[in-house]
Design a binder for this molecule. Sequence first.
Ligand code: BG6
Length: 499
Amino acid sequence: MSRFPENFLWGGATSAAQVEGGRCEDGKGLSHLDYVYYRGPKIPCNFMLKKDLEKAKAEEATLNFPNRRGIDFFHRYREDIALLAEMGFKSFRMSISWTRLFPTGKEETPCPEGVEFYHNVFRELHKYNIEPLVTMIHYELPITFVDEFNGWESPQIIPYCMKYLRFLIDEYKDEVTYWLTFNEINMVTAVPWLGGGILLDRYEELEIPKTFRPFGPLPEKMAKRWDQASHQALHHQFIASAMIVKYAHETAPRCRIGNMFNLHHLYPETPSPKDAYRALEETEYNMFFCDVMAGGAYPAWIKAYYRRHNIEIQWYEGYEEILKEGKVDFIGLSYYLSSVVTADPQRQERIGNFMRLLQNPHLETSEFGWQIDPIALRISLNELRDRFHLPIWIVENGIGAFETLTEDRTVHDNYRISYLRSHINAMADAIEDGVDLMGYTPWGCIDLVSCSLVSMSKRYGFVYVDADDEGNGTYDRYRKDSFYWYKKVIATNGEDLSD
Ligand code: BG6
């Protein structure tokens, strides 16, 4: 008997900005991610200040914008979905590009070609009995709203967003059962530009030192601005999310809507009570995003946290009622790595998927320094079960690596097989522990543009895409070793994990 339920939703995950390309085709508008430019194979670039956006606009003709190309899924989706079907996918996580439907976000009616594009994708998926899992907003917002409102910092974005979200439910509710509202909603506080289209220095001078690194210690004024703007934006996203969950429950009762947060498991560095308390604080902060979306209320302690950090939220009118009425049906999460925390603020660093992290001597890391820890996944799944009593879907997980096509036109990615095997075993253990796990969609099932590096060279896929960081290449697809392995895993419902 399989350790996984019979209807377990095996699959893979992508996002529109990272795969679609077709940037201005059929009337598509530009999103804030279309302005993020490539700066080198290992340089994080998804943190932008005013001067970066000005440069992106002024030098639009010469800078390299990989998100504008994606992997050309816009033209090749039939071929790509056939490859997913060949692996036996039961589900496929994708997102809808807000600007393909509403190019500036302000149009009264959506762009018909964009609407038809997603109908075509859903039709193609259903042809192979693959369930779409659709992220409504995978970071992207129309650039218009960055220019006019400083992104999600202003509540003015909410009515426009609601028009877009209601349209999604009205138009696609018969084709899409499973939805996620905001991708990794906690990213708006970790990386305000990425998660919220916020330029931190838009309204005030922040005296940014020449040596400034967005993931190192922050200058005081900037830290304050960061906390304030991003938590205000988060409040607006919570509201929009709850309103659309309520709307979907009322108008599309067959749909099931999840939240999506980046799960961050933390260990104290030592048994010192101070380190243990730091780990608890960070864990509570990580769970806070679920507390609001699944529990339907801000936890009591967060208001004290806001006071301590001088964060003053302008509460949206009637927010308590809205949150209560818009609780999600399942928990969606991404999980890549665990971290170690210390009570000593001088020794804390920020690397690896934008999170704070100390080296854990018991763990190996990926070549990007992300600590590989399947047991933390099991522990966290147990904690989530006890806290929320909801089904859980692991909607992202995986290992990024530099890879090249071998002479035999494949990639021998045994490290990926071993990463996924250990995490699938941890999932099976968690199910045995009583966790209600719905599905597993590893990240970047086809190579795609990396989010942090905005490059092609950091790859996650079962399928190799022949494209480089500059956009050279045929864009042809090649099956990696992990392709055949994952196909067998799905065919045996997670029983045969052997090489
Ligand atoms: C998650 C995002 O944070 O991690 C994805 O939802 C992203 O969009 C993924 O691509 C992996 O991060 P990266 O930076 O390696 O692409």
